[in-house]
Structure formats: C-alpha cells, structure tokens
Design a protein around this ligand. Structure first.
Ligand SMILES: [Zn+2]
Length: 70
C-alpha cells in the first residue's frame, strides 16, 4: 500500500479550515474575526485533488498535527 498519489505529486494539502467574518454596517464590510473549522484531519493531493487515505494508526485525535509518512 502506498500513501502517495498515483499522479506522482510531491505536495499534499489539508482542507481549508478557517474563514473570516465580516459585518456590514450599511457602507462597508468590517472585518470581525477569523473562525477556524475544527474538521477531521485529511490530506488531498495538491495536483489532482484526490483524498489520500491515511493508515488507521494516524486516525486518533492526538495525532492531528503529527507528521504523516508519505
Ligand atoms: Zn494526485
């Protein structure tokens, strides 16, 4: 089993996990804050967008930011 994408890409990306909130005051959009989305850790191939299936041992919550062997 290989964790690399079949297209041979060297780069992998996570899902977008943050967005900015603006409030409209009648004239302008004013930046309020940035909120993060606490989503499951997933990796996607940067070149073709395929989701990379991670091995089960990296599936526990404490390993969210640990390095992934590719
Ligand atoms: Zn790919």
């Amino acid at each position: 089993m290989t964790l690399k994408c079949n297209c041979g890409s060297e780069e992998y990306i996570t899902e977008a996990n943050a967005y900015d909130i603006y409030q409209y005051d009648g004239d302008n959009f004013n930046f309020q804050r940035t909120e993060r989305i606490d989503s499951e850790f997933k990796l996607y191939c940067r070149d073709c967008g395929v989701e990379i299936t991670l091995p089960p041992e990296s599936d526990n919550k404490n390993s969210t930011n640990s390095a992934v062997k590719i």
